[in-house]
Design a protein. Structure first.
Length: 191
């Protein structure tokens, strides 16, 4: 895998697709374990990723196997961000399964290692996933986020996503309640 070095000597993140990750035997072998570490640490810290408790390693491995298979079938895109040979972020979208919704996909997960926040990795991953969606003929890319996740909502808005709905106090985390915010990016306007 190639890595880019800045003039200051720090490594720049490299964004790989599913094929790029799996074609490197070392990265492919460690991908599920590395992704589990990121996801579990973020959930443990209260991140809004759809789990209340950190997911089990097998659950993450099964999820990634499903997304990778869907990506190879043209029904998903998976992106991974590496600094050097260390996974620091991942994200994916899945095409909707219903025949009437096939031109559309949902950006399901975007996770960046807490130690890599502020380096532009979330933006780079999301931009790569948007480009993948355009190449796959996706017309509308949707996502939902927890209403208190202001950084993610700002990122998505800055990349062209627009809020189209909100369910007040829909997400329950213990006694806390948060809005569920729905956003969309209409890629038909880009063509």
């Amino acid at each position: 895998m190639n890595t880019a070095t800045t003039s200051g000597g720090t490594l720049e993140p490299v964004i790989l697709d599913a094929t790029g990750v799996m074609s490197d035997p070392d990265l492919g072998a460690r991908f599920a374990e590395s992704a589990h570490r990121i996801l579990a640490d973020l959930v443990r810290g209260g991140a809004a990723l759809g789990w209340v408790e950190p997911p089990a390693p097998g659950e993450v491995a099964e999820l990634l196997a499903h997304v990778t298979a869907a990506a190879h079938a043209g029904d998903a895109a998976l992106r991974a961000a590496y600094v050097g040979r260390r996974l620091v972020g991942l994200g994916y979208w899945l095409r909707y399964a219903r025949a009437t919704h096939r031109p559309h996909a949902d950006l399901e997960k975007l996770a960046v290692d807490a130690g890599a926040h502020g380096l532009g990795i979330g933006r780079a991953l999301t931009a790569a996933l948007i480009a993948d969606a355009g190449r796959a003929g996706i017309e509308v890319l949707t996502l939902d986020a927890r209403g208190d996740n202001a950084n993610a909502l700002h990122l998505y808005e800055s990349l062209g996503f627009r809020e189209y709905g909100r369910l007040p106090d829909f997400v329950a985390v213990g006694a806390q309640r948060f809005d569920k915010v729905f956003s969309m990016l209409d890629l038909r306007q880009e063509r």
